[in-house]
Design a protein around this ligand. Sequence first.
Ligand code: MN
Length: 205
Amino acid sequence: MFSLPKLPYSFDALEPFIDAKTMEIHYTKHHQAYLDKLYTAVSQVPDLENSSIEELLTSLPAVPEEVRTAVRNNGGGYYNHTLFWNMMAPPSSTKMSGTLKSFFDTSFGGVEDFKKKFAAEAVGRFGSGWVWLIKDHQGKYSIQSTPNQDSPLMENPDITLLLGLDVWEHAYYLKYQNRRPEYIEAWWNIVNWHEVERKITNILP
Ligand code: MN
């Protein structure tokens, strides 16, 4: 029904910005646990077993109450991490193109302004959560953060998620301890800009 997606690089591929041990635990323990618990929850409701993960997350009110919280937290965790691995790439392989720079100039007043705004949301998210670059159905781009493992899709199924950053402590604590801003600053070096550009280009009119 659901499965752990293959990691598109090795555990040490994002060094030195994200250490191999963090990647290994994040993928084999945390992501796996969200998947296992989602499976357990969905297995209790035969009607849900044929739903895609997107269908589950965008129609939570229709999910039976006894498993709704479990589907929300673990389905969100499963889905967010599936996106997250592909939003990163080895530092040597990722460079922002002129096309993408122009996009940030137009939509956010420049790459640096975009990064500053995104990082401020990431630092400001109290407790655990995520920060996202989003395109809504009217073609407007915005930065938004969500608590816990919530996805912006839960509120609004019509948006496209272009980029996301995990700011749970499990994503950075081994290397950065309480220094979330340092983790965010380092993370820019391993953003998969090609993937961001591909998504933006695909949805441009
Ligand atoms: Mn995580």
